[in-house]
Design a binder for this molecule. Sequence first.
Ligand code: GMT
Length: 372
Amino acid sequence: MNIGIVCYPTFGGSGVLATELGKALANKGHNIHFITYQQPVRLSGFHANIFYHEVRVPTYPLFDYPPYETALSSTMVDVILNNDVQLLHVHYAIPHASAAYMAKQILAKQGIKIPVITTLHGTDITLVGRDKTYSPVVTFSMNESDAVTAVSKNLRDETFKNFKMEKDIEVIYNFVDVKRFNKKPIDAFKKVISPNGERILLHASNFRKVKRVDDVVNVFLKVTEQIPSKLLFVGDGPERPGIEMMCRESFAHNDIRFLGKQAEMEDILAVSDLFILPSEYESFGLAALEAMAAQVPVISTNVGGLPEINVNDYCGFLSDVGDVEDMSKNALTLLSNEEKFAEFKKNALAQALKFDINTIVPQYEELYKKFI
Ligand code: GMT
């Protein structure tokens, strides 16, 4: 099949998932055309079946806001016409679903029928999309898509609750390449981070308010008071300067490292003991799934789609939002009981295998086949 994939190219989960999906489909022999404004972060190297088309948005003194959506629709039309693309799969509704609708209408006038599949990822529904500034366009373009998928049951339910949906939403869970993430730790790396065998706690996100990164710091401080530990932060975003300040002022400032944006998460996960995700909302929590694939138990909140992935008292623990006390207690339970910890690590891998790339990607292929 010849598939066009539209996504955000940044470190956010939707872009990561879309890129990994494109790579997996290309490995299965499909031709994949990425359409976005920058090379996606997880897309590097050469692959015979992968093509990257950059959306250029010319500036003009009249524009306070260059019209990205118009440029995106025009690029979609151009890529489809010149590469025999048979289907557009857009990730994150805003503005990808409405831009795809426009491209579809333009092509229809030329007698070309191009099916559009929209995958909802989270904030496009629960935060941004619900805002009345966007909601009429999001509702219309979801309903005009040939198929809509959501990455968890919770996100599907939230969409029905908040939008006037006229069509069904299929749940296709996010996936992880377990083989790639279940790696042996690099001893030298571990030694640098925890020279005296301290435990390593990890958090990775885009440092937005919804991630409650200050809770990560507070959980860590309570843990390291009892069991000497180190805290690693991966990612970047608006809350990072405040969090860095908070860490600098804490008694454990020498035990906290900010690694910034990292493409090779598997190497960092391989040396980590626990993954901390205290978010206010997660439609899915792809970062938690990647941790589980690396046999890292997850200490998370119990909101959104997280309970569909992180099974409480099996491969991690779930707590109420903001309950730092409970999250630190759960972390200490695992770190102080080798037997339980080993069992949770094994369970984390078993749980991740349910979301393995080889199980989920065929579900997208089946969906594509219905429309091509
Ligand atoms: O919140 C983020 O990290 C970014 C955001 C995105 O759209 O890239 O992530 C959303 O999509 C991910 C992939 O499907 C999910 O794993 C995240 O849970 C979801 N984020 C939220 O719902 C807050």
